[in-house]
Design a protein around this ligand. Structure first.
Ligand SMILES: Cc1ncc(COP(=O)(O)O)c(C=O)c1O
Length: 440
């Protein structure tokens, strides 16, 4: 070096990231460097260093049609050229109306009023506030509490955390969370002393604004699958005790459980449904809370204090709504429900096969989700096995992010048969090693 100037070696993305960013759910002190992704196509994510990784968790359960889909790209570009955003109080626009019309047409019967927000947590937050104020507007001042289930996860904002079951996610904030009546899961078998939903409603129904559930499947709580008859029973109980039912379909909506909405498994309609994640096929953040006409009517008044005073700067963002509407078109044209049924068939066969392995506690599938509960020294979110499996699958170019000892595979619906077979083979290979060598 003759000039005397130090040579500047350009930093790669991961190094630049480390200097300025703070990642979600990440212990920044011990986590390995983040993997820079520079492109996505179909089920594949392409890394800065030239690898391609199969997105086996649909990028946190949002992606359904694959990455960078030409039809959705065009819808987004067209909308950006027309109108990128306008506030939604006192204004409206075509993408918001079109998406709402499409949603109302396919949602369980009676859900007719769409209220937009930004993500799954805000969709839940809006639902809780709506249910609470509904009773106030109706003159029922004592409806001060909610019923939620053991193991539930409804998001990370305060109302969503309060209705979620206690966990490492909520622990630091526990004193700030409002009280919720916690109901037992049907498969709990009396492990804890949590009361059953029937008993809770019988005793407390006059104080309860709503019951909130993740229909058919509790996702973040460990991919626990419920029976449809339990969901049906909850609807009946809510009707009998005159309590609102909120279905948090942030994860289960748009085909994940094999039906367009999980409530369809039990042929029920909730009073309020929360949607997000696959609503925009993984393109843009958007939440929708859809209520019945009865709830909407309770907010109509000459008394302005009965207004629903909730909103976000980006409420009904036109770009997000345009992609959401395009995604629903694609869902129809590409026969997504048939694709999910095919995926489900393969997953069920595989679940039956691996259930025989001595490291597998339970293996099951619902819709386009395969769940394998592994026996390990620890269970739950912090079980070491989860991190090890995550790394092992990454080495094999597959993104799977186990919830502790619960391994799941939830690909975009466009995954091909050979891609499914390849991932299932890799899963079998990894968990067989687990059975024999006990390396984890
Ligand atoms: C059932 C359910 N509700 C709410 C949320 C929160 O959604 P978001 O992460 O978009 O805030 C999630 C996220 O995983 C979820 O699974």
């Amino acid at each position: 070096m003759v000039s005397g100037y130090p040579i500047k070696i350009p930093m790669n993305l991961a190094q630049r990231d480390r200097k300025v960013l703070w990642h979600p759910y990440t212990q920044e002190k011990t986590a390995p460097p983040p993997i820079p992704i520079i492109r996505g196509e179909g089920v594949w994510l392409y890394t800065e260093d030239g690898r391609k990784i199969l997105d086996g968790i649909s990028s946190w359960w949002v992606n359904i049609h694959g990455h960078s889909h030409p039809f959705l790209n065009a819808a987004l570009a067209n909308q950006a050229n027309e109108l990128e955003h306008t506030m939604f109080a006192g204004f409206t626009h075509k993408p918001a109306v079109e998406l709402a019309e499409k949603l109302v047409a396919i949602l369980p019967k009676g859900l007719t009023r769409v209220f937009y927000s930004d993500n799954g947590s805000t969709a839940v937050e809006v639902a809780l506030k709506m249910a609470y104020q509904f009773w106030l507007n109706c003159g029922g001042r004592k409806r001060r509490t909610f019923v939620a289930f053991e193991n539930a996860y409804h998001g990370d904002t305060f109302g969503a955390m309060a209705t979620s079951d206690k966990s490492a996610f909520t622990k630091p904030f526990q004193n700030l969370l409002f009280k919720v009546l916690r109901a037992r899961l049907p498969n709990n078998c009396g492990k804890k002393k949590t009361k059953g939903i029937e008993e809770i409603l019988e005793k407390n129904h006059r104080e309860i604004a709503a019951v909130i559930i993740e229909p058919m499947l509790q996702g973040a709580g460990g991919m626990i699958i419920w029976e449809a008859k339990f969901l049906k029973k909850i609807r009946e109980l809510c009707d009998n005790f005159d309590v609102l039912l909120i279905a948090d379909e942030v994860l289960t909506g748009f085909g994940r459980t094999g039906k367009m909405f999980a409530c369809e498994h039990a042929d029920i309609s909730p009073d309020i449904i929360c949607l997000s994640k696959a609503l925009t096929a993984g393109y843009l953040p958007l939440g929708a809370t859809v209520a019945t006409e009865e709830i909407y009517q309770a907010f109509l008044s000459n008394d302005r204090t009965k207004t629903f005073f909730h909103g976000h700067s980006y409420t009904a963002n036109p770009l997000a709504c345009a992609v959401g509407a395009a995604s629903l078109e694609l869902f129809k044209h590409e026969n997504c429900l048939e694709k999910i049924a095919f995926i489900n068939q393969k997953f069920n066969q595989f679940a039956a096969k691996v259930s025989e392995l001595n490291c597998v506690g339970k293996a099951r599938a619902i819709g386009g989700i395969l769940v394998i509960e592994l026996l390990s020294e620890n269970s739950g979110y912090f079980a070491d096995i989860g991190q090890k499996l995550y790394q092992e699958f990454l080495v094999r170019d597959i993104l799977l992010r186990p919830l502790g000892n619960v391994l799941y595979f939830m690909p975009p619906y466009i995954i091909s048969e050979s891609e499914i077979d390849w991932v299932l083979n890799e899963i079998e290979d990894v968990i067989k090693t687990l059975s024999t060598k006990k390396t984890y």
